[in-house]
Design a protein around this ligand. Structure first.
Ligand SMILES: Nc1nc2c(ncn2[C@@H]2O[C@H](COP(=O)(O)OP(=O)(O)OP(=O)(O)O)[C@@H](O)[C@H]2O)c(=O)[nH]1
Ligand SMILES: [Mg+2]
Length: 202
């Protein structure tokens, strides 16, 4: 991001018409693109807690599949996006490494919904996230982040994750603002659909 656009995003004020705020978390395995997504979509300068990965993590952090990665989230990412005149999302990106997972339950407090990011080269890394969300009874959608390679049929990804048909599963590129925004809109629509279904149940 160049300096000009970063100054612009840093100054985007919250609209006076904003009346509805949702806290959303972005979870998933190590290096799946959570920080990238918060950064690409946030209209304020995102807060990140990135630290350089050191030799201390060797043998502890699983860097398989993400060899080029030099930094990692040690607490959480924070950003904000206004989806329309009224609705504002506060985004929290979770840390992906196992040794920081103890922070997740705190991060889930007050959260209305979650995005699970998946890298199809390392599908098993997403199981913990899905497990925790189901344990908390938290609604979520799954987004397959595009790291290149062969295109996977989303139905096969659904099978590999044992996802039920009512959980939305979409493709995304976390580096693209429009794509990340589409993921968040899918989540919000899913949350509205769930709440309307609850209201219409006698
Ligand atoms: N090709 C490709 N690379 C991506 C995409 N999203 C993220 N990356 C790259 O993947 C790497 C990891 O991204 P991060 O956003 O740091 O991942 P993370 O999930 O926050 O990682 P941890 O916080 O350490 O768990 C970075 O080098 C990104 O540039 C994507 O959609 N496509
Ligand atoms: Mg991160």
């Amino acid at each position: 991001m160049d300096l000009k656009s970063s100054e612009q995003t840093a100054r985007t004020p919250l609209r006076g018409t904003a009346s509805n705020a949702l806290k959303i978390v972005i979870v998933g395995g190590f290096g799946v693109g959570k920080t990238t997504m918060v950064r690409s979509v946030s209209e304020i300068r995102p807060l990140s807690t990135e630290e350089t990965m050191t030799r201390a993590g060797l043998g502890i952090d699983d860097a398989g599949g993400v060899q080029d990665k030099t930094t990692t989230t040690v607490a959480f990412d924070f950003g904000r996006i206004s989806l329309n005149e009224q609705l504002v999302l506060y985004l929290f990106g979770a840390p992906g490494q196992e040794r920081f997972w103890f922070l997740w339950d705190r991060l889930f407090s007050g959260t209305l919904g979650a995005v699970v990011l998946v890298d199809t080269r390392r599908v098993a890394d997403s199981w913990y996230a899905i497990d925790r969300l189901e344990h908390h009874g938290m609604p979520f959608i799954v987004a397959r982040n595009d790291f290149g390679g062969p295109a996977h049929d989303l139905e096969r990804v659904r099978d590999a994750l044992s996802l039920s048909d009512d959980i939305p599963l979409i493709n995304c590129d976390a580096r693209e603002r429009a794509s990340s925004k589409a993921v968040l809109i899918t989540l919000v629509n899913h949350l509205y659909a769930l709440s309307s279904a609850r209201e219409s149940t006698p």
